[in-house]
Design a protein around this ligand. Structure first.
Ligand code: FCB
Length: 445
């Protein structure tokens, strides 16, 4: 397997940006710096919700080790760092600002700039203050104003130095995964809660875009996740089920943001549960943005589940090679997705691949981590993306998930996505082979 990348910077436009991404709860250490409890702390404290009941209390201790971590980003010759601000750190009770929290992001921002790294902000990557979760979280429309207020505090403090500012990470996970499938905080399995969360997160996005614009931000976007869905078999039932999956996962947020409407196949199940007057929010939701972030890891094979209520579908294991998450590796689906998004919804809007990468059962042996499988995965996806760019799709950046091995949510610390290995006993960082290979590829002209 590959021990180096074959791509070079000159394969891409001069202003194409390579970066890495992380998120606050997954790396910072939620017990430091006056952060309040988030709904992820309480979700993890509930038996059975996360692997080994693991939480983000310490995580990678990035809160104290951020200088070392930023050195690793600069050392790999990367251009951008996509990081997130913790809502519960900045507003521990959801209402009062914690100055230590804003101070941390201020220091972090300056430390990025000092190293020539462009800061790409994600305002929210899932750590809602528990006090706001108590009030119904994403089910309660009041959350949209709380969020816009939080965003205003963050942007007033660090907005002047952001290269780009994104509102939300993966609204599908906030809505569907957390309220319908129950796999992430708050762990609900309730269709009414789901419909409300799927809508309110978009209302919060629209209100936040207005806040960001009023504060003078001119490079504003959102990070959506996507999974191309294919029918498990050739029959019509599976084809229809795959289209329903596609509508819920891939078209709901894109449709609202770019066409001011929700897809028919998703409304079929969700419309009865949407809040009254939802139509009136579509103008706000569809405020113009400057770029779209695209997160993608895999595709899904979907079969009809005839006896189950709407959406009457199930995921079926596919035949392709899989990562340590059990996710199929499909650069072809990634290429299809990038073209489809531009053709069907975004046109000339700049696109940024804002997450792509793989979990691998990496082991540290004699101070080295040989993650050749990760190098092969990233190279295949970069090649696929390059082909799409050559067809004219305006992709402006590529971001690896993740800088560090980190807290993989309900799966705890067992899934390693980093280009840098973390020993969770000592918190020592060791760059993996993929880090070295990236450093070399990005140094080439
Ligand atoms: C994405 C999340 C990120 C991480 C990767 C593996 O869905 O945005 O936090 O968990 O998957």
């Amino acid at each position: 397997m590959a021990n180096g990348f074959s791509f070079r910077r000159s394969d891409f436009a001069d202003d194409f940006l390579f970066g890495v991404a992380t998120s606050a709860y997954q790396i910072e250490g939620a017990s430091f710096g006056g952060a309040g409890p988030s709904h992820w702390d309480t979700f993890a404290a509930t038996p059975g919700n996360t692997k080994n009941a693991e939480d983000g209390a310490v995580a990678c201790d990035h809160y104290h080790r951020y200088e070392t971590d930023l050195d690793l980003i600069a050392g790999a010759n990367l251009d951008t760092y996509r990081f997130s601000t913790s809502w519960a750190r900045v507003m521990p009770d959801g209402r009062t600002v914690n100055p230590e929290g804003l101070d941390f992001y201020d220091r972090l921002t300056d430390a990025m700039l000092a190293r020539g790294i462009k800061p790409m902000l994600t305002l929210h990557h899932w750590d809602m203050p528990a006090a706001l979760a108590d009030e119904g979280g994403w089910r309660n429309r009041a959350i949209t104003d709380h969020f816009a207020t939080f965003a205003g505090h963050v942007i007033d403090r660090i907005g002047d130095r952001m290269y780009a500012s994104g509102t939300f990470n993966e609204p599908w996970c906030i809505g569907w995964l957390s309220h319908f499938l129950g796999q992430h905080a708050p762990g609900l399995r309730d269709i009414r809660a789901t419909a409300r969360a799927m809508h309110h997160v978009l209302v919060a996005h629209g209100k936040t875009v207005d806040v960001l614009r009023a504060a003078g931000q001119d490079n504003v976007g959102i990070y959506l996740n996507f999974e191309p869905a294919e029918p498990a078999n050739g029959d019509d039932g599976d084809a229809e089920a795959a289209l329903t999956y596609h509508a819920i996962y891939n078209e709901w947020f894109l449709g609202a943001l770019f066409k001011k409407r929700y897809p028919r196949r998703a409304l079929a199940g969700l419309e009865p549960h949407l809040p009254d007057g939802w139509h009136d929010d579509m103008e706000l939701i569809a405020r113009p943005i400057d770029w779209l972030g695209i997160n993608n890891y895999t595709r899904k094979l979907i079969a009809r589940a005839a006896d189950a209520p709407w959406p009457s579908l199930e995921e079926v294991p596919g035949p392709l090679p899989k990562t340590d998450m059990g996710w199929e590796i499909s650069p072809e689906s990634f290429a299809w997705l990038l073209s489809w998004i531009a053709e069907s919804h975004t046109g000339d809007l700049p696109l940024i691949v804002s997450e792509n990468g793989m979990a691998n059962p990496d082991t540290l042996i004699d101070g080295r981590v040989d993650d050749a499988a990760r190098i092969a995965y990233l190279q295949a996806h970069i090649d696929a993306m390059k082909g799409v760019i050559e067809e004219g799709v305006p992709i402006k950046g590529y971001t690896v998930w993740s800088l560090l091995d980190n807290y993989e949510w309900a799966l705890g610390y067992g899934k390693r996505f980093g280009i840098v290995h973390v020993d969770y006993d000592t918190l020592e960082r060791t760059p993996k082979a993929s880090w070295h290979a990236l450093r070399d590829a990005l140094a080439r002209g």
